[in-house]
Design a protein around this ligand. Structure first.
Ligand code: SF4
Length: 485
């Protein structure tokens, strides 16, 4: 009781320090923090545009991170010094400060500010995975230069109060320019937080130490299942290197997650208890992202896309993993409700994508562009120039028509939220009317192929047949679980 009394007397900063360093204080505070988070989510239900079942899912996502994070601290797999940086960069800057800036800009000035960018600084990669979305390999060396990459990161913070950046690739840890590496970039932007999609093979002890020293980076490492599935797609020996990377990260107390590509072949496996228990319980991943295979990139193959029926099974399992098993493992696109639908094209709270050539696409999965960051900077523009392009505006109009920030009764089915994949025909029309250029030859071929569009359009029809009744049942007619949110 004495500790509780003392807790009440001290400030937030000291309290957070105690939370990270004292297991005793942490145990006492956890239920209070959970209660506070829950009441914040409950307040959201007063807004006309919030769908209650979505808010419930969002609460579980945040709660799971809190509970798992706390467990990892107790187990000493998250270092207190790194957690302090996470608190100040991620909780304070990304979740609190940044969302306040966005909210104010939107409601008081009618300006939309994105939360993050995805930047792929290099197309170089040390692997050559089958169906790579980016078509990367070791020979292709296109990369952003230091000054441009640095300016992007500085500018997003200045213009939007954006403190979060996702780094993708190619293999991000291979990027360097003029003797400076990605670790130098993390150190230069030490008040921001980075999530890095990586194959994990370069995360040896020495490099993991550099990450832990920076303290502001969480890698999301790709796995396709267990050894057999991972090595089959990524190459022999990759799985063992990934397990070694996990061990190095645990030892350094640096948080990490997994990134998975569910296909028709591995969808059951990567949503199974065996899989999630292994990666979240045994390997100690803190978060996970499952990006269902999207027919873009190298060796486009419709036969490995998950079927609509498989996608329904995945939806049910992912809900159980989130709400019952307590893991923050997000299934794109089935968990589209966690982000209130599509976040592409720089909408409020959303993002856009800049690749190694400086080309700017609405989303990693919409590999088309009309603007380029080098050209924009040469002509005196900034990141908002890209955000205000006609292409991006039209995609945001689509998002709005589909229900983003609209009264909840006008919200479309967010179990199929993706404009390029789940509503392909509409999006292709927008792309063609804007005379887009393609990020790579595979995307170009796809855009010109009627067969490609027909196959995705047919897929979307099947998807709506399967998912519209589920959306009605689980979201429109949802009875609020008062225990949850
Ligand atoms: S375009 Fe599709 S993949 Fe990209 S953010 Fe929107 S829903 Fe997600």
């Amino acid at each position: 009781m004495k500790i509780v009394e003392n807790i009440k007397k001290i400030g937030l900063r000291e309290l957070s320090n105690l939370f990270f360093t004292s297991p005793k204080v942490r145990r006492l505070m956890l239920p209070l923090v959970d209660k506070k988070i829950k009441s914040n989510f409950m307040e959201m239900l007063n807004r006309s545009y919030e769908v209650p079942a979505e808010v419930e899912g969002q609460y579980w996502f945040v709660r799971n991170l809190l509970m798992r994070g706390s467990e990892r601290m107790d187990e000493k797999f998250l270092a207190p010094d790194i957690m302090k940086i996470i608190f100040s960069n991620f909780v304070d800057n990304v979740l609190l400060k940044s969302s306040e800036i966005r909210h104010k800009a939107y409601f008081e000035e009618n300006i939309e500010k994105p939360t993050l960018l995805v930047v792929s600084p290099t197309n170089r990669c040390n692997l050559r995975c089958t169906n790579c979305y980016a078509g990367s390999d070791s020979k292709n060396a296109a990369s952003l230069d230091w000054d441009t990459f640095d300016r992007i990161l500085t500018e997003k913070e200045e213009l939007w109060g954006s403190y979060f950046t996702t780094i993708s690739g190619g293999e991000p840890f291979m990027w360097s320019d003029n003797g400076k590496t990605i670790y130098d970039m993390f150190a230069k932007h030490k008040n921001q937080y980075f999530m890095v999609y990586t194959n994990g093979t370069l995360l040896n002890k020495e490099n993991v130490k550099k990450l832990a020293d920076a303290g502001n980076v969480a890698p999301a490492i790709s796995v396709e299942g267990f050894r057999e599935e991972t090595d089959a797609r990524r190459g022999n020996g990759v799985y063992d290197k990934v397990l070694q990377a996990f061990a190095n990260l645990r030892e350094a107390g640096n948080p990490f997650g997994i990134s998975v590509t569910p296909t028709r072949k591995n969808a059951d496996l990567v949503m199974s208890d065996e899989f999630v228990d292994f990666y979240f319980e045994k390997q100690k991943a803190l978060f996970g992202w499952a990006f269902q295979y999207m027919p873009i990139g190298r060796e486009i193959d419709f036969d490995i896309m998950v079927t609509p029926e498989q996608r329904l099974t995945m939806y049910k399992k992912s809900k159980r993993i989130l709400n019952e098993k307590g893991y923050s493992y997000v299934d794109f696109w089935n968990n589209g409700y966690l982000s209130n639908g599509c976040i592409a094209a720089g909408r409020k709270g959303g993002y856009f994508y800049i690749n190694w050539d400086g080309n700017i696409a609405p989303c990693v999965f919409i590999p088309y562009y009309t603007t380029n960051i080098y050209d924009i900077y040469k002509n005196g523009g900034d990141l908002n120039t890209a955000r205000e392009s006609k292409l991006f505006n039209e995609i945001r109009d689509w998002q709005s028509d589909y229900g983003y920030m609209q009264p909840k009764e006008k919200v479309g089915n967010r179990l199929m939220p993706c404009p390029i994949r789940d509503h392909h025909q509409n999006t292709v029309k927008i792309l063609k009317e804007n005379n887009v250029k393609s990020l790579d030859p595979y995307a170009d071929e796809a855009l010109k192929s009627n067969r490609y569009h027909e196959q995705l359009t047919q897929y979307d029809k099947e998807l709506a047949r399967v998912f519209d009744p589920v959306w009605r049942e689980d979201f429109v007619n949802h009875k609020q679980d008062r225990k949850a949110a």
